[in-house]
Ligand binder design. Structure first.
Ligand code: SD4
Length: 321
């Protein structure tokens, strides 16, 4: 049986869970809990895949995607391809609270952030520089063009890749450890709900690439009258299926959270049996579930839960199918 409040987030990002839980315990709102929880991962550079200094793109730059959603009012703020600002979910919150818009992108989003008082700084670190330079030298690393020949002029179109490497399905699969977005759902004792995401996306991506995380209904979705969901994994594939929206609508129709999560993953599997991804779901009563697609190297998905029954926060896992 379920109990409220609830904090649930993707991956074993324990300090993020703890931070969100602490915000609720001190009387903070669900939006503050989601923002501070995800911001904790941005500061800690969780897994190197949230925040600065990770997932350098084809030019070596780290760019960030983030979203925050209010399940009571259905307001959303999001940023994509954000540059030079570390606190991406903070900027997403500013978009929600200080503009009539929903999603700001790229350089303009960064200028907005600077005007809002966020500090502009280089998101590159020695670690991200190293990942980038290894890639420049290396081989057998994925890039994300539909290339089949080692001669870039033959197959990649007029837009020349920085590094002419082969990209195959297998290589892409083996890159699963470069995806680890934080996605979080928070419900308080009164049933107020919020959700959010933050990520530095995909390593070696084509500049300008936006993943699923800042896309409403893809990376996350929440409606306090139905439930919330957040996804992680291969955003280029997952965003085509709006898995978070689908899961929330299934819960609205009566599905329990685990069944809703399984259905959202199954929908993607129909077309992409080999995709890497997972989703977490929670309904209005605080019941929760998760599901993931089984691929080589990924058979179990770990996530964090904090509610009055766990000695908060607790690591949970689900077997992929
Ligand atoms: C993306 N979905 O940009 C993100 C990455 C991710 O777990 O979720 N990793 O595609």
């Amino acid at each position: 049986h379920a109990s409220l409040p609830l904090v649930i987030n993707t991956w074993p990002f324990k300090n993020a869970t703890f931070t969100a839980w602490s915000v609720l315990q001190s009387g903070g709102s669900v939006l503050n809990a989601v923002e501070k929880g995800c911001a904790c991962c941005e500061t800690e550079q969780c897994d190197g895949t949230v925040g600065y200094g990770g997932s350098p793109d084809e030019t070596g730059e780290t760019t960030l995607d983030a979203m925050i959603m209010n399940g009571d009012t259905m307001e959303v703020g999001a940023v994509a391809d954000l540059r030079r600002i570390k606190n991406a979910i903070g900027v997403a919150r500013a978009v929600m609270e200080h503009t009539e818009h929903t999603l700001l992108v790229g350089e303009s989003a960064s200028v907005f952030a600077e005007n809002m008082g966020f500090i502009a700084e280089d998101l590159t670190t020695n670690k991200s520089l190293n990942i980038f330079s290894q890639w420049l030298k290396g081989n057998c690393q994925p890039n994300y063009r539909k290339c089949v020949s080692p001669d870039p002029s033959e197959y990649c179109g007029p837009y020349r890749p920085h590094v002419p490497l082969l990209r195959t399905t297998l290589e892409r699969q083996t890159n699963i450890h470069s995806h680890d977005t934080i996605g979080m759902i928070v419900i308080d004792q009164n049933g107020h709900m919020a959700a959010g995401t933050s990520t530095n996306g995909l390593t070696h991506k084509v500049p300008g690439r936006v993943g699923d995380s800042p896309i409403i209904g893809a990376g996350a979705y929440v409606d306090s009258s139905a439930g919330g969901a957040a996804a992680t994994g291969d955003g280029d594939v997952m965003m085509r299926f709006l898995p978070s929206y689908l899961a929330v609508e299934l819960m609205r129709a009566g599905a329990d959270p685990t069944a809703a999560c399984v259905s959202a993953i199954s929908r993607i599997k129909r077309h992409h049996s080999e995709f890497f991804g997972a989703i977490i779901c929670a309904n209005t009563t605080g019941h929760y579930g998760a599901a993931c697609n089984k691929v080589p190297g990924f058979s179990q998905f770990h996530f964090m839960v904090s509610n009055p029954e766990t000695n908060p926060p607790a690591l949970k896992s689900v077997d992929c199918f």
